[in-house]
Design a protein around this ligand. Structure first.
Ligand code: UDP
Length: 327
């Protein structure tokens, strides 16, 4: 298939593009380089620099590639904390960009769409692990923007017959030897811990140790980015059969912040000092995914579920790219 990958120069988009190419698909990357890096885009992919906010740029991309079979939509503002400070970046810009892409896609006759969605839809988990049909209560304007795009897809399926899958990522993490996580500013736990191991930070700050968890720190479900990428490919290849689906994606195992730091100490051999800081607003105590639906329906199986494996893969990339793609 020929897949249009919005945000294909970003962390998850670039690694998924590489996996798509390895699986024999063609890839057209569309990215504005807000967080993406040209060096992350696989050389076999066609790269178009453009912004989804500019519908004419999107139209031009689809006019140049009239044979697109499906879309993977990664391009987005993605930070919960930022969305609490700049809500319109999310409630307006994320939604407008997705709307532009959908308008052009439908006009171009594209009928397959995979959305990067989020665990931030589940601010009130009814049970743990969280099932895909858990009640949706977005935890922030970021989560709300993804919920709204999920609803757009619902109506585009009803009105235009668009086949779609929404993949709600829990904590995407890990790297490949060629591509890794390089955000500016970096806010995610594992790359920040590894910056301590690289001597770039004196310590890691743990955001709160008074949560109702065994060691008092937040528990998250870390999922290797290559396992996420494989889920996208499985879903895209199955869309004609499955139609309209929403899946939660995680390993079904939770690790506390202190457990992740401990895994990084083992992997890197560095003492990685930590200090306890205040809670980060908006962080729930525990988020663990049930991926039962995608396992049962698509046969998805994570290849790299162990936290040490995830951290080791990230360490390999950060050790060899201490300044990210600038190296
Ligand atoms: N975290 C932390 N210190 C940091 C960054 C993150 O203690 O410097 C915690 C954060 O509170 C959360 C977990 O690590 O419980 C994962 O955070 P991250 O930002 O990586 O992902 P999120 O869960 O927000 O998607």
């Amino acid at each position: 298939m020929k897949i249009f990958v919005s945000g294909g120069a970003g962390y998850i988009g670039a690694i998924t593009s590489a996996e798509l190419i390895a699986a024999g698909h063609q890839v057209v990357v569309f990215d504005n380089f807000y967080q993406g890096h040209a060096a992350a885009v696989p050389p076999e992919a066609t790269l178009i620099q453009g912004d989804l906010a500019d519908i004419n740029a999107v139209r031009a991309a689809f006019a140049a590639h009239p044979d697109i079979d499906g879309i993977m939509h990664f391009a987005s503002y993605t930070l919960v904390g930022e969305s609490m400070e700049q809500p319109l970046r999310y409630l307006r810009d994320n939604v407008v960009s997705a709307g532009n892409l959908l308008e052009v896609a439908v006009a171009a006759g594209v009928r397959r769409f995979i959305l990067s969605s989020t665990a931030n839809l589940f601010d009130e988990p009814e049970q743990m692990p969280i099932e895909a049909d858990n009640k949706i209560v977005p935890g922030s304007p970021y989560g709300e923007s993804k919920f709204f795009i999920e609803r757009m897809l619902h109506w585009f399926e009803r009105i235009y017959g668009l086949k779609y899958a929404c993949l709600r990522y829990f904590n995407a993490s890990g790297d490949t030897p060629e591509r890794g996580e390089d955000h500016d500013p970096e806010t995610h736990l594992i790359p920040l811990i590894l910056q301590v191991a690289l001597g770039q930070r004196p310590h890691i700050t743990v955001f709160g140790n008074d949560y109702p968890t065994p060691d008092g720190t937040c528990i998250r479900d870390y999922i290797h980015v290559v396992d996420l990428a494989q889920a996208h490919i499985l879903a895209m290849e199955a869309l004609d059969r499955i139609g309209a689906r929403r899946y939660n994606l995680g390993n079904g195992n939770g690790f506390s912040v202190l457990q992740v730091i401990e895994a990084a100490r083992k992997v890197t051999g560095h003492p990685i000092p930590h200090v306890i800081g205040p809670r980060r607003p908006g962080d729930p105590a525990v988020l663990i995914a049930s991926s039962a639906a995608i396992r049962a329906e698509l046969g998805w199986q994570p290849r790299y579920p162990a936290i040490e494996t995830i951290v080791a893969s990230a360490w390999e990339w950060h050790r060899t790219h201490p300044h990210g793609y600038a190296d």
